[in-house]
Design a binder for this molecule. Sequence first.
Ligand code: UD1
Length: 345
Amino acid sequence: MKILTVVGARPQFVKAAPVSRALENVVDEVLVHTGQHYDPMMSDVFFAELGISKPRYNLEIGSGPHGQQTGRMLGAIEEVILKEDPTWVMVYGDTNSTLAASLAAVKVHVPIAHVEAGLRSGRMDMPEEVNRIVTDRLSSMLLCPGQNAALLLKREGITDGVHVVGDVMTDAVYDTVNSATEHQVDIPRGEYYAATLHRAENTTPDRLSQALAVLGSVPGTVILPMHPRTSQAISDQGLSLPANIHSIGPLGYSDMLKLVAGAVAVLTDSGGLQKEAVILGTRVVTLRDETEWVETVEIGANTVVGLDVELALEALKKGPVDLKKVETAFPRGASERIADLLAGS
Ligand code: UD1
């Protein structure tokens, strides 16, 4: 059996790592990197740290308008699928790389296995929402991180091939915190908050200054590892950072987890980081109007505040995260369950 795995963006390298490890010695896995993320700190560092083998193909697609980026990937992935003739194409999450791989696979009649199936934000103006709805519709094996995702799929009439396997990010977090990776940055001593901001919808002229105002109102130092898009937007819009924000470049995975584990709380618009923080027992304030990761909210570890300063400050006053609830909501072992399902298919 041959699995062709397509990844392209930071969170996908993280999610693919534990699954690739579980698949080793079970199936032949061909790793394809679309090149959606290409800066060394957005890509190479994850491969090095997470011990993922070098991709057999790097399509070097890079950045661009969404249609163009997705279209270029579609043609290039199709060529690889035709050459490799895999049993399954495996995709992760909701990026343009995921959408392109799914479209390429379905057109040449190769079944798709989707890791992180069934997540929804209810917002069709988010590129990720469109990508995940289409991918789920086209997939034959829908690997859901929790019961809620399976229920959402059922509501859309999708029940065949749906498996609740748990969240692969839990495995990724534990594998990394238990490994002895050298840390590249000095995490500050004393109390600090950690933040990230990268979503397209939060870097627009009307929202970015508001997002920075929320971070500026936090009662303490905020360490902000900056996505390239955000630094570009700050400079394009002539904004300056509030005095309590200490901005640094993008971090590798183990440094990011260390930063998050030591923070008083995390403020973020990232999907993955909401879970990583909760798994590490750090309170999260989500700077969006909704979240796909409803379990993090249900267990009281995450508060969705949009870009509202008052709500953010209220949320930061909440008590510690209940680790027992975290363990129940985010059990380990999703990667092994996925490997078993694929091997038995
Ligand atoms: C993508 C995913 C998003 C995911 C995020 C993780 C889509 C639609 N979105 O968003 O779901 O949460 O990855 O980080 O696929 N850039 C660089 N260097 C890089 C990569 C990007 O400078 O290595 C800059 C470019 O200016 C680029 C911009 O960042 O135009 C956005 O990158 P892109 O890959 O389009 O989307 P992300 O915002 O990273």
